[in-house]
Every structure is written in structure tokens, then in C-alpha cells.
Design a protein around this ligand. Structure first.
Ligand SMILES: Nc1ncnc2c1ncn2[C@@H]1O[C@H](COP(=O)(O)OP(=O)(O)OP(=O)(O)O)[C@@H](O)[C@H]1O
Ligand SMILES: [Mg+2]
Length: 275
């Protein structure tokens, strides 16, 4: 597989997918935390399209705005400026009730901490979002997901009786159970050993290839990013590079070139301070 790299030294004007089938998009997305001297611009104007039926990875240094982007896309945080559209619906124009409904019915989440309910079994955790939304559980779909995550023999165990990898797979199954339009995963393999993480990534990719799921995943791990169809790179709240059909090597190459740009910028700053 060959990698197609699009990168410019510091910024590219827009990373909008050429495909017409876009599941989630942002235009002119700005997020500023705080005000005055202490204000932090976490997102500095982002235009992005996430393609339907693809696994998109988001990478970038710590503090570059990856989690903020996911939270703003998912309506978990308010935006300072710009628009977010999920599956044709403008998130910014929604009231609290509509937002809650969007999150319950159209979005799935997988966080680094698994957020499972300790008193419920694996099966109950998986169907919880559907139960809360009072939606029926589609048994065929449920069985397909449980088989895919390899949890059939663990369904009646509580989270404390499961390994970290198994717990994360329950969290994945829970995100998939409601057939959301898109799943947002923030470092889903961050707490997993290499075997569990391989299983989870293979499963996420299968959920895209076999079940037609759309997934956006933040990761620091080039090996994880290589499972994606496309990788977007953030730096200082901006999208600075994009890679389609990534490999571990091509991801590492971009990360290297981005930190080289960072090093050059720091060197310039040091020189001007010294001058
Ligand atoms: N609630 C908040 N209040 C103030 N600043 C915040 C808040 N949340 C995030 N930030 C700041 O916004 C910037 C982006 O944070 P974000 O969490 O999106 O980074 P990240 O790319 O996910 O980093 P990491 O890889 O460490 O998870 C950082 O400078 C962070 O300190
Ligand atoms: Mg983060």
C-alpha cells in the first residue's frame, strides 16, 4: 500500500475530503479557553471533513488540541466560533435537549478511561445507552458485535472481573451497539498492552470495513494510526498535515518533519531572544 502525503511546512488551508459522503465536518472551528491574559486558544480555525465509512486518526503533540477537537465535534463542549455538522445536522443550533438526543442516538464515545458502570455486567454495560434511550436491543446486531469483540464468554462478568483490554472492548461494543452515525475515540488504546491494543484496533477497523461504521480516533501511537484510512496531524490548534493510506513508517516521517519544524521555530525564537 502506498501512502499519499499532503503536508506543508506549517499550515494547509483546508483538509476537506473530496468524497461527497461526509459524516462529520467543521468549518472555521475556534475554541478559546479562559479570557484575557490567561486565554488559551486550543483550536485556531479548523476546517475538516470526516468521511463516512472510514477510520480517521488524529495525531499531534500533547496540547495540540486533539481532545478539544473531538469534544467540540461531539457537542460535549461549546465552540467559540465556527460550525460543526454531524450527519447533516448543525450541532451549534441545537438546544440542550437536542444535543443530549444527538449524543444518545447518533454518537458513540470511547475514552481512555473506560467509563463502564461497575455494578452492571458487560452485557448490561453494552446495552446501557440503548436502555437509557428506551430503544430496543437488536439481538442480531448485539450478537455480531459481541462476537467481533470476542466477549461472548465474558458477558455476565462485571468490569472488575475483566482485564483492561476486555473492559476497553466492552466500551467499544457499547459505542457500536446503538449504531451511531460516528464514533469518537480518544486514545482508546492508551491504557492497553500491545496484544489488547492490536485486538482493539483490528476490531475498530473491522467495524468500519464490515459494519460500515465511521470512526474518528485520537492516538499518539504510529502503529495505531496505521490502522486508519487517513491520518490528520494537529499542531497548535491547527491542521498541519494529512496522510492517506498511512503506514507506521510514513506516520513517523510526518511526525519527525513536524517536530523538525517545531525545533526550527524554537531555534528562531531563541535566536531572536538572544539578539
Ligand atoms: N478546560 C480547559 N481550560 C483551559 N485550558 C484547557 C482546557 N482544556 C484544554 N485546555 C488547553 O487547550 C489546549 C489543548 O488541549 P487538548 O486537551 O485538546 O490537547 P490534546 O492534543 O488532547 O493533548 P494530549 O495529547 O495531552 O491529550 C492545551 O493547551 C490545554 O492546556
Ligand atoms: Mg487529549
Amino acid at each position: 500500500m502506498t501512502s499519499n502525503v499532503t503536508t506543508t511546512p506549517r499550515e494547509i488551508p483546508s483538509l476537506t475530503a473530496t468524497s461527497t459522503s461526509v459524516i462529520a465536518s467543521a468549518r472555521g472551528l475556534v475554541k478559546t479557553y479562559g479570557t484575557g491574559d490567561t486565554a488559551v486558544q486550543a483550536l485556531a480555525g479548523i476546517d475538516v471533513d470526516f468521511a463516512r465509512g472510514e477510520l480517521t486518526a488524529i495525531m499531534g503533540p500533547s496540547g495540540s488540541g486533539k481532545s478539544t477537537l473531538m469534544h467540540c465535534m461531539a457537542g460535549l463542549d461549546t465552540v467559540t466560533a465556527g460550525t460543526v455538522v454531524i450527519d447533516g445536522e448543525d450541532v451549534g443550533s441545537m438546544n440542550q435537549r437536542q444535543l443530549t438526543r444527538l449524543r444518545r442516538t447518533r454518537l458513540g464515545f470511547i475514552f481512555q478511561a473506560f467509563n463502564l458502570v461497575p455494578t452492571l455486567t458487560a452485557a448490561e454495560n453494552i446495552t446501557l445507552p440503548l436502555d437509557i434511550a428506551r430503544r430496543p436491543v437488536d439481538r442480531t446486531h448485539f450478537d455480531a458485535i459481541v462476537a467481533a469483540v470476542g466477549l461472548a464468554k465474558r458477558l455476565h462478568h462485571r468490569p472488575s472481573e475483566l482485564s483492561g483490554g476486555q473492559q476497553q472492548r466492552v466500551a467499544c461494543a457499547r459505542a457500536l451497539a446503538a449504531r451511531p452515525a460516528v464514533i469518537f475515540a480518544d486514545e482508546p488504546t492508551g491504557n492497553l498492552d500491545s496484544k489488547s491494543s492490536t485486538e482493539l484496533l483490528a476490531f475498530l477497523r473491522r467495524s468500519v470495513d464490515d459494519l460500515g461504521q465511521s470512526v474518528v480516533m485520537v492516538t499518539h501511537d504510529p502503529r495505531a494510526a496505521a490502522y486508519a484510512h487517513r491520518v490528520l496531524f494537529l499542531a497548535d490548534g491547527r491542521l498541519v498535515a494529512e496522510l492517506t493510506n498511512p503506514t507506521q513508517a510514513s506516520v513517523l516521517e510526518i511526525l519527525g518533519s513536524l517536530s523538525a519544524v517545531d525545533d526550527a521555530a524554537s531555534a528562531r525564537e531563541l535566536t531572536s531572544v538572544g539578539a
